[in-house]
Ligand binder design. Structure first.
Ligand SMILES: *Cc1c(COP(=O)(O)O)cnc(C)c1O
Length: 391
């Protein structure tokens, strides 16, 4: 009997070893990992630099946030220098990073005399599974059964600046907008560059915080360290997590300008967040990305992957769109396609389907040109076959 709560419909495979972009199962079968633990293992599996950082810090895993944590201070300095942000709160997950952003925005509002601080969120957004982040999430299926949801959110369509302006006209309680530069779970939907710039400018005009959820898009995933760099607009608040610790649980909420200095001692905290070991792993992750040129590689392999997918799926009826940036790509089909995951698994390729109809690729940032071609070599024929396309 399985003693795990059945929160997952798990695939019938267990991995016992990994190296780079490869994973091996119990039977010794090899798989090309084009999902990287859902955008977590950016530097690949078993990277020697990560193994070294964890091993060296295994003798001081945890102290407590009631003391100074040197690795945490060093990581914060490095991340702020790289992102243009001023200060950071470290936690353990993407949900907690967004939860921190939500609390920060509410406190920011109260400090300015707004009694019912309200945050504008997007349709199809994904911000996490805690009750507040689930309330901010734009997915009725994920929310169903967990009502009452947390209030204080107003939802608008993604990529629609007029909808945001319309809220501003009648709602005096808005304190912030929370946006994914590319929606991950929502189907790899890309926010237009112009929209991001207009939204950023409008937030500042209104005195709102421009808050980005870069939990999935951050740490090199889209070919720049942060996705906001493509549009060139600096957030006031930013949430990070997935790729930051190469698998050790770490989340971060970064703030700058008027969003910095909002929290005072006692306002927020965490037992585990930002411990010495996880911060050392995150420092190592950033060092490896720099030393190995992984941003450039993600941009290069991402372009190659997208181009090859477009070529391999050209004129195939049923393929709606190939979209995304860097190594965060989605192939939208005209029908539910969850079956593609098991078919790919059978051929030794790990991919994912999100939003029912979107095949999602999040390979590690260390992907080689050969591995990029291997992904397409398996996936394109598989999708053509799934759609009943013969030629
Ligand atoms: C995964 C994800 C989250 C939730 O992160 P957890 O670590 O699972 O809590 C939040 N926002 C985005 C954009 C994500 O992709």
């Amino acid at each position: 009997m399985n003693h795990l709560m059945s929160t997952y419909a798990r695939l019938p495979v267990a991995f016992v070893r990994g190296e780079g972009a490869w994973l091996w199962d119990e039977a010794g079968r090899r798989y090309l990992d084009a999902l990287a633990g859902i955008a977590v293992n950016g530097v690949g599996h078993a990277h020697p630099g990560i193994v070294k950082a964890i091993t060296e810090n295994a003798s001081l895993i945890h102290t407590s946030n009631i003391y100074r944590v040197i690795h945490q201070e060093q990581l914060a300095a490095k991340l702020c220098a790289l992102s243009g942000m001023d200060e950071i709160f470290f936690c353990n997950s993407g949900s907690e990073a967004n939860e921190t952003a939500i609390k920060l925005a509410r406190l920011y509002g109260h400090q300015r005399g707004i009694e019912v601080p309200t945050i504008i969120v997007m349709e199809r957004a994904w911000h996490g599974r805690t009750i507040a982040t689930l309330s901010a999430t734009g997915n009725r299926k994920a929310q169903a059964g967990f009502e009452p949801l947390v209030t204080g959110f107003v939802r608008v369509p993604y990529n629609d600046i007029q909808a945001v302006r319309a809220v501003a006209e009648h709602n005096r309680n808005v304190v912030a907008v929370l946006l994914e530069p590319i929606q991950g779970e929502g189907g790899v939907n890309v926010a237009d560059m112009q929209y991001q710039r207009e939204l950023h400018a409008f937030c500042h005009e209104q005195g709102w915080l421009y808050m980005l959820d870069e939990v999935q898009t951050g740490i090199g995933r889209t070919g720049t360290l942060f996705a906001f760099q493509h549009a060139g607009v600096q957030p006031d608040v930013m949430a990070l997590a997935k790729g930051l610790g190469s698998g050790v649980p770490i989340g971060a909420c970064l703030a700058r300008g008027s969003a910095a200095g909002v929290f005072k001692p006692g306002n927020h905290g965490t037992t585990f967040g930002g411990g010495p070991l996880v911060c050392a792993a995150a420092q190592a992750t950033l060092d490896i990305m720099d030393a190995e040129g992984l941003l450039e590689n993600a941009a290069r392999q991402g372009a190659r992957l997208k181009e090859a997918l477009l070529a391999g799926l050209q004129n195939v009826p049923g393929v709606v769109e190939v979209r995304g940036q860097g190594l965060m790509l989605g192939i939208e089909l005209d029908r539910p396609c969850g079956e593609i995951v098991t078919r790919a698994l059978a051929q030794g390729l790990l991919v994912n389907v999100t939003s029912e109809k979107v095949v999602r690729l999040l390979p590690p940032l260390i992907l080689t040109g050969e591995q990029t071609d291997q992904i397409v070599g398996i996936l394109a024929p598989l999708i053509r076959d799934f759609l009943g396309f013969r030629q």
